[in-house]
Structure formats: structure tokens, C-alpha cells
Design a protein around this ligand. Structure first.
Ligand SMILES: CC(C)(COP(=O)(O)OP(=O)(O)OC[C@H]1O[C@@H](n2cnc3c(N)ncnc32)[C@H](O)[C@@H]1OP(=O)(O)O)[C@@H](O)C(=O)NCCC(=O)NCCS
Length: 152
């Protein structure tokens, strides 16, 4: 498999939204959420929005959406197509995001029951720093806040 990580474009939005619906159902972002972020995207990978897509053998298979400010990057969304999971796609998206954003700190929220995502983040050096009670709806669930500190 040839894996390529590249910047998301407006042409990717329909694929991204379809994957959002599969992964997050009730919490899924709509096309306008991604279009807004792409219209205000960072040109450099520094402060602002950054959205990346993964392609396996030329086919869309995942994405990550981030927001960076003053050395801190938030992972706002990350998903990989079900048929392409467990092949290192999410890890590759995280690595490219770190390379481009060069943050000192990365933070994110994850559902407490989301074992694959927690395992991914832990294997990448993130640790739980807080719990946000009732953060998610449908089904209601607490969020774990995870953090990674990076010395650049
Ligand atoms: C979480 C998710 C993004 C992982 O994507 P992925 O491409 O399958 O992850 P990778 O193949 O890069 O896995 C990297 C590491 O994550 C962990 N991991 C991934 N899937 C796992 C699973 N099902 N169970 C346990 N650990 C898992 C492992 O530590 C793995 O490392 P290893 O392969 O060396 O064991 C994917 O399962 C997904 O899209 N889930 C639905 C959306 C979601 O939950 N997004 C995160 C919201 S915070």
C-alpha cells in the first residue's frame, strides 16, 4: 500500500463528511464545518486551521482536522475508513500534523469508551490530564482530555 498524507481540499469534503457520518453519527460535522475551516486554513501549517487527508493507493481513507494557536494544537477530528484501519493511517496523519504544526502542546478530547483511539494516542505519547463530565451527547458520555508535550 502506498500511503500519502496531503492537505484537504474542497474536493475532499464529500468523502470526509461521509466518513464523519460513519464514525460519529449524531456528533458528525457537516460539509459547511469543513468548508469554513478550509476557507480559513493556515497557509503555512502554523497558527490557524489545518486539515489533512490520507490516500491509500490514490483513494481517500482518512483525515485529521486541527486548530493551532500560540504553540498549542487541538485535534478537533480524526477518522480512518473502517476498511483501512490498523494499517498505520491514523499514526501517519498524527505525525504529519506534528511536522507541519510544530506545536509545543497538543490536546484533544476522546470518548472514555473509545479504546482504539485512546490506545492510539497513548502509543503516541499522549496522557490523560482531565475528564469533562457529560461532554458528549447521543449517547451521553464523559470525555477524557489528553495532552502531549513536545520539545521542539
Ligand atoms: C481511532 C482510529 C482513528 C485509529 O485509526 P487507525 O488508522 O486504525 O490507527 P493506526 O493503524 O494508525 O493504529 C495506531 C495505533 O493505535 C492503536 N490502535 C488502533 N486501533 C486499535 C484497536 N482497534 N484496538 C486497540 N488499539 C488500537 C494501536 O496502538 C496502534 O498501534 P499498533 O498498530 O502498533 O498496535 C480509527 O479506529 C477510527 O477512525 N475510529 C473511529 C473514529 C474515532 O474514534 N476517531 C478518534 C476520535 S478522538
Amino acid at each position: 500500500m502506498t500511503l500519502k498524507i496531503r492537505r484537504m481540499t474542497l474536493d475532499d469534503v464529500s468523502d470526509v463528511v461521509a466518513l464523519e457520518k460513519i464514525c460519529f453519527s449524531s456528533d458528525a460535522w457537516c460539509a459547511d464545518d469543513f468548508i469554513y475551516r478550509l476557507n480559513f486554513a493556515s497557509k503555512t501549517g502554523g497558527d490557524g486551521f489545518l486539515s489533512l487527508c490520507a490516500e491509500a493507493d490514490g483513494r481517500f481513507c482518512g483525515y485529521i482536522a486541527l486548530y493551532s494557536q500560540l504553540g498549542e494544537t487541538n485535534i478537533d477530528s480524526l477518522a480512518v475508513s473502517p476498511e483501512m484501519r490498523n494499517r498505520g493511517v491514523a499514526r501517519a496523519l498524527l505525525h504529519e500534523a506534528e511536522r507541519l504544526c510544530r506545536p509545543e502542546r497538543i490536546i484533544l478530547e476522546v470518548r472514555e469508551s473509545n479504546a482504539p483511539a485512546k490506545s492510539l494516542y497513548e502509543s503516541e505519547g499522549y496522557r490523560v490530564i482531565a475528564k469533562r463530565r457529560g461532554y458528549y451527547d447521543l449517547p451521553p458520555e464523559d470525555a477524557l482530555v489528553m495532552e502531549k508535550l513536545i520539545k521542539n
